[in-house]
Ligand binder design. Structure first.
Ligand code: UD1
Ligand code: MG
Length: 494
């Protein structure tokens, strides 16, 4: 039914008729449906053209003969998304746009004006000052897509491409600076209550204070938020103003989110699947805020902005997943991984929940930390670390890295990991390590649970990610407020 053009046309017509000014959530859902239909219709039509210009790859986990399939198809989803976001601008900001041109007489103009004024004054609708944020996120995503695509075209070196997102996030950080400039973080109560906790806070405060003074001296710009000039206030919640260091942190988040999605990859459906699971977790979190009566207008606006960016992302990603799910007919490319990571980084930064964002990315963080020995070449890192496909039984097995040096830190590290069953090692007759399972959580799950079929493995990872995400969501709103002694939304515990 999904393939029938009549059904798709009906979906688009239904979506278009649902678009309405002054109801951003309903409008973005309609846009997501349009994005879904456009993406799912364009992908099969562009496959041959992508292959023709060399954007193709071989699926390493399929029995021979393996034919090449289009790579970088995430570009279609990302561009469709960008066009949707451009198209959304007039609808999201509709109530602020006064169109006198279409009015016939003064009375109509006046009543229209009053209506719009009342709509703004009385309702919790999308505020005008969010336009700068909206555009900065769109600009950031657009440059991420361009640079991600260049990476797919030229296969940029890992050590170079790693920092690309920091450059593309600059528009976000500049709007953040101009718009809010909030750079203070809440100090968890257990830290200040702990013996020596105050001393630690004062040391960090001192480093932050003089670091920031130095930056202000050199650049002439002040990055601080608090009037108190970095004195820790006694009021609850206690805040620590990190100033320029907070911008460093946000920049690190924008580097981490795209790269961590790109390295949790290599089996059909995983890049898009994990992005969709993240999107669902983000949306649950957003709707907890949006459905709560007692939250501030600022928190409401932040989470509405998050919904506006994530819902269309779900639409285009669902279409891409249909082609990338096992057995994949297209690969998504690094373009999609960077784009997806940056969608989450942008809403986390602009929505002031970049710390919550990190706990939602816990599986990616675990995979990243686990990968560090390979990423930083403490132990060898092959070009591909994806699991190994066995033609005989059609199952995926852990893939291995070869250890050339017989001594040193790499041996000690691998033996240490082995103690906790965190790696599978192969040794020669003398007992020296020769091979180790590649350090990704994908391989680790295969070490723990035995060989699995590719789609079962992907479903297992996505299932674990979802359970961790929901647990983190619960922890964020229950244990979080208790630890920090403060929350902008809490379920019972305060
Ligand atoms: C990252 C990983 C690499 C992993 C690769 C797979 C790190 C440091 N890098 O590299 O270990 O092997 O992603 O995406 O962790 N492919 C499949 N099946 C899939 C997806 C991809 O066989 O479901 C293969 C295809 O040959 C495809 C290629 O991987 O052409 C794409 O790899 P690419 O995204 O360029 O690798 P990186 O992102 O550099
Ligand atoms: Mg990749």
């Amino acid at each position: 039914m999904l393939n029938s053009w009549v059904f798709r046309l009906a979906l688009v017509l239904g979506a278009v008729s649902a678009i309405t000014p002054n109801n951003p959530i309903r409008t973005v859902i309609a846009f997501a449906v349009i994005g879904y239909v456009v993406t799912i219709s364009i992908i099969p039509r562009l496959g041959a053209s992508f292959i023709k210009i060399g954007l193709k790859g071989k699926d390493m986990s399929k029995p021979p003969p393996v034919s090449e399939i289009p790579e970088t198809m995430g570009l279609v989803a990302a561009l469709t998304y960008m066009f949707l976001m451009f198209g959304l601008i007039p609808f999201i900001f509709f109530k602020y746009l006064v169109s006198f041109g279409s009015m016939s007489d003064d009375a109509v103009v006046a009543s229209n004006y009053i209506e719009q004024y009342l709509a703004v004054a009385n309702n919790r609708l999308f505020p005008h000052n969010k336009l700068a944020e909206f555009l900065s996120a769109v600009l950031c995503l657009q440059s991420t897509v361009i640079l991600g695509f260049l990476d797919d075209l030229f296969d940029i070196r890992w050590r170079h491409k790693f920092f690309i997102p920091a450059v593309t996030s600059l528009p976000l950080l500049i709007v953040y600076y101009v718009d809010f400039s909030v750079t203070s973080v809440v100090i968890p109560r257990f830290v200040s209550d702990f013996p020596g906790g105050y001393f630690l806070i004062n040391v960090i405060n001192w480093i932050s204070k003089y670091g920031n003074h130095l930056v202000t001296l050199v650049t002439g710009l002040s990055f601080r938020t608090l009037q108190t000039d970095y004195v820790v206030p006694d009021s609850t919640p206690k805040l620590l103003d990190l100033g320029i260091f907070y911008y460093g942190y946000m920049s690190a988040v924008s580097i981490f989110a795209p790269n961590s999605i790109n390295i949790l990859a290599g089996i059909n459906g995983l890049e898009v699947g994990q992005s969709l699971v993240l999107a669902v977790i983000f949306l649950i979190n957003d709707f907890c805020y949006l459905s709560s009566e007692k939250i501030s207008q600022a928190a409401h606006d932040s989470h509405l902005l998050s919904v506006i960016f994530i819902v269309p992302f779900v639409g285009v990603s669902l279409a891409l997943l249909q082609y990338n799910w096992f057995p994949a007919r297209v690969f998504v490319g690094d373009t999609y991984c960077y784009f997806s990571g940056m969608v989450f980084a942008s809403v986390g930064i602009l929505g002031h929940f970049s710390k919550t964002l990190l706990i939602f990315l816990l599986p990616q963080i675990i995979n990243f930390i686990y990968s560090v020995p390979q990423l930083f070449n403490i132990v060898p890192c092959p070009r591909h670390r994806l699991p190994k496909f066995d033609v005989k039984d059609g199952l995926m097995y852990p893939s291995y890295g070869e250890l050339k040096s017989k001594k040193g830190i790499s041996n000690a590290l691998l033996s240490f990991l082995e103690l906790f069953k965190l790696v599978k090692l192969e040794r020669d007759k003398s007992g020296a390590i020769t091979r180790f399972s590649n350090l990704t959580i994908i391989n680790l799950l295969l070490v723990w649970f035995g060989p699995l079929r590719e789609d079962h493995l992907c479903t297992l990872i996505l299932g674990i990610q979802f359970v961790i995400g929901v647990s983190m969501l619960t922890v964020r709103h229950t244990v979080g407020p208790w630890l920090f002694g403060y929350d902008n939304l809490s379920w019972g515990v305060k």
